[in-house]
Design a protein around this ligand. Structure first.
Ligand SMILES: NC(=O)c1ccc[n+]([C@@H]2O[C@H](COP(=O)([O-])OP(=O)(O)OC[C@H]3O[C@@H](n4cnc5c(N)ncnc54)[C@H](OP(=O)(O)O)[C@@H]3O)[C@@H](O)[C@H]2O)c1
Length: 321
């Protein structure tokens, strides 16, 4: 089958891979579209926590139609339109997923939107509801708010009743975050984050911070969080892993929570159907409006990844078959 294939670190090219088989409890999906995540750029570069043997295809989420089901699969059947989280392999005509990672696509959601839905909204929902425990009326800062997981978090934060302060490195991305519900925007390329967050919260600081960027954004968060505030460490898109001075945590009773959603799914599988049921309900009620900024054909998967590393993506980028 056709795929975007990695045969050495740092290189992804159009090629062929063997047909995947559906083992017990697994589902083979005829892929229509695959979501592109920052983690794919790390996977291709050999900088991700998992380093698969060559050759492999990246792609951690996909949408399409169930083609084959392995032994014991009961939740979906051939012909169902589904979206799925994948260990990898979404940048290919067919991909294999664990049955527990496959959900029937909500009515009215097109394949490109569905392909870019599970990782970003799944992470946003999990972090806001189960780790940051955002309450109505609280102030939530979302860093990198024009990116995939950032924009999904802006929307979920609004559904939960928070006042959302979006931060990004360009006015375009802030305009997008505002169009998706953000109450305020801070351009960290030219404004001081700490000063602006304090101003926007009347000097109190933010109750909760969602940080997929790290580096300077994290450092500013620590210094502009309210007493008793919570910070979720989601990723380091800036390339800088922050160091945490414990004295600041102590003085302000701050909680810093690391969240790797992939691990959360493994350790709390029973929570996933509940999480997706709520997200699909929000989508069906029109409370979520996923934004796909770019679609690339499979043969141009490399360009899709470059859009993320050059910070040109807005919301989600997808690869379509
Ligand atoms: N922990 C988890 O379970 C989990 C789940 C999903 C994603 N993540 C992590 O969250 C981060 C964002 O993922 P994503 O898929 O949403 O990526 P994305 O769409 O590319 O968004 C990343 C955002 O980070 C900002 N950024 C700042 N410095 C950057 C740099 N040097 N290079 C690239 N982007 C930079 C960019 O916004 P500006 O240009 O506005 O600064 C960009 O919009 C990644 O670190 C990813 O690994 C973690």
């Amino acid at each position: 089958m056709r795929a975007a294939v990695v045969r050495q670190w740092g290189s992804i090219e159009p090629g062929e891979l063997p047909e995947p088989a559906a083992g017990p409890g697994e589902v083979v999906i005829q892929v229509e579209a695959a979501g592109v995540n920052f983690a794919d750029t790390l996977l291709v570069a050999g900088k991700y926590q998992e380093k698969p043997p060559f050759p492999f295809s990246p792609g951690l989420e996909a949408a399409g139609t169930v083609l084959r089901c392995g032994a014991g699969v009961g939740r979906v059947k051939p012909g169902d339109r589904v979206l799925a989280m994948l260990d990898r392999g979404g940048f290919a005509e067919r991909a294999v997923a664990k049955e527990s990672d496959v959900y029937v696509t909500p009515a009215g959601m097109d394949a490109a939107t569905a392909a870019g839905f599970p990782v970003t909204y799944g992470t946003a929902h999990c972090v806001l509801c189960w780790y940051l425990r955002v309450q109505p009326g609280e102030t939530l800062v979302v860093h990198g708010a024009g990116g995939g997981v950032g924009l999904a978090t802006v929307e979920c934060g609004k559904v939960l009743g928070a006042t959302v302060i979006a931060t990004a490195g360009s006015d375009d991305k802030l305009a997008l975050a505002r169009a998706h519900g953000a109450d305020h925007g801070i351009n960290y390329a030219r404004e001081d984050l700490r000063t602006r967050i304090k101003e926007l919260t009347g000097g109190r600081g933010a109750d909760a911070v969602f940080d997929p960027v790290g580096g300077d954004a994290f450092d500013a968060s620590l210094r502009s969080t309210a007493w008793g505030g919570r910070i979720a460490v989601i990723g380091f898109a800036s390339g800088k892993v922050p160091q945490i001075p414990a004295n600041i945590l102590l003085v302000k009773n701050i909680t810093v929570h690391g969240v790797y959603w992939g691990a959360h799914r493994k350790h709390r599988p029973e929570k996933m159907p509940e999480e997706f049921a709520e997200l699909f309900r929000w989508y069906t009620e029109g409370k979520l409006e996923p934004h796909v900024s770019h679609r690339f054909p499979l043969a141009e998967a490399k360009r899709a990844l470059e859009l993320l590393t050059t910070r040109k993506a807005q919301g989600k980028v997808v690869v379509v078959m």
